[in-house]
Ligand binder design. Structure first.
Ligand SMILES: Nc1ncnc2c1ncn2[C@@H]1O[C@H](COP(=O)(O)OP(=O)(O)OP(=O)(O)O)[C@@H](O)[C@H]1O
Ligand SMILES: [Mg+2]
Length: 323
């Protein structure tokens, strides 16, 4: 069952300083026409370099960023058109986990108070049952009940991130958007948190949009992966297909940058020179052409054609696998 459907979504920000003193307002297209869907219980990875628009997309889906155009359907309801009730429902059924586990928690509240507050505000359980539910939530993320009385400042990064997950679970969400939620943690703790997410997804049929830089983690955790470049998805599909036979030169370059993804296989060189251009001045044609070693004259002129190979979708003039 399709839980989330995003259609041609656009998010833009006014460029700093533009629109002032009679200057023309310039728009930065952080999300530039994205479509994707997510089934109940499915984990979709969202990858791409810094500034490609991953967080802007994640936040717009939860209506934490303004949407300039396009649609977001949650459980069949268009929440971009939706009124207050639809937004409230979205808040009751979705949650976000953030990168910085400390910054995401209120330092003045104990862990127990933080979780109790969510339960109270979202009216998830009757007030007398809140303490028991807090204990349950802590147990679910592998934390001792004694932690309830502690403040975030006295916890480790991994413990804080578990609290962040517990707080998300308190909502009993159907969709979690996890934005770089393990990036700040040690590798061994990362592994524990990933296992926890996998287990919760299994147990609760959670859908997760997993935003990450780290492709190795995405490969391990996700069913499908979407690759973003300058506000667009350039390739998307099942993890094995995309990692095994990437079709877009940008995907191939990202995969090559994973250390030792498959030591037995010699990978051809697919260098990725330079930085992405500013989304304020998007290149003509295919936005990736200035960095693409396969670029042809047509790539500077026209948007690339889209292909769909059994669910692996990509936009490029090339028609053969690259690795
Ligand atoms: N609130 C904002 N105001 C103005 N510009 C913004 C705002 N948030 C993001 N941007 C710009 O939008 C573009 C996309 O940013 P975004 O944070 O979504 O990228 P990202 O893929 O999440 O990057 P990272 O991997 O570094 O988290 C960037 O050019 C960024 O500078
Ligand atoms: Mg981000």
């Amino acid at each position: 069952m399709t839980l989330l459907q995003v259609k041609d979504l656009q998010v833009r920000f006014a460029a700093p300083g533009s629109g002032l003193f009679g200057l023309r307002r310039q728009w930065l297209k952080a999300v530039n026409g994205i479509s994707l869907s997510l089934a109940a219980g499915e984990v979709l990875g969202l990858v791409g370099e810094s500034g490609s628009g991953k967080s802007s997309l994640g936040r717009a889906i939860l209506r934490l960023n303004e949407i300039a155009a396009g649609q977001v359907l949650f459980d069949g309801v268009d929440i971009t058109q939706g009124g207050k009730l639809d937004i409230e429902r979205l808040r009751r059924e979705t949650a976000m986990i953030f990168q910085d586990p400390y910054a995401a928690l209120n330092p003045r509240l104990s862990i127990g108070e933080t979780l109790a507050e969510v339960l109270r505000v979202q009216r998830k359980v009757a007030t007398p049952l809140i303490p028991r539910r807090v204990d349950e939530l802590l147990a679910q993320v592998g934390l001792h009940a004694e932690l309830a009385s502690r403040k975030p400042g006295s916890l480790s990064g991994g413990q804080c991130q578990r609290v962040g997950i517990a707080r998300a679970l308190a909502i009993e969400p159907r969709l979690i958007i996890a934005d770089e939620c393990v990036a700040a943690l040690d590798v061994s703790i990362q592994g524990q948190i990933i296992n926890l997410l996998l287990e919760l997804r299994q147990r609760m049929n959670l859908a997760i949009l997993f935003i990450a830089h780290d492709l190795a983690i995405v490969r391990r955790l996700c069913d499908r992966v979407a690759v973003m470049y300058l506000g667009q998805i350039v390739e998307e599909g099942p993890v094995e297909a995309v990692f095994g036979a990437p079709r877009h030169p940008y995907t191939a370059a990202l995969i090559q940058s994973i250390p030792e993804i498959d030591p037995t296989r010699a990978l051809p060189r697919e260098p990725l020179p330079g930085e992405p251009p500013s989304p304020l001045h998007l290149p003509s044609g295919c936005a990736f052409h200035p960095r693409c070693r396969h670029a042809r004259p047509i790539c500077t002129e026209k948007p690339p054609p889209s292909h769909d190979l059994k669910g692996q979708r990509y936009s490029c003039v090339l028609e053969k696998p690259l690795l």
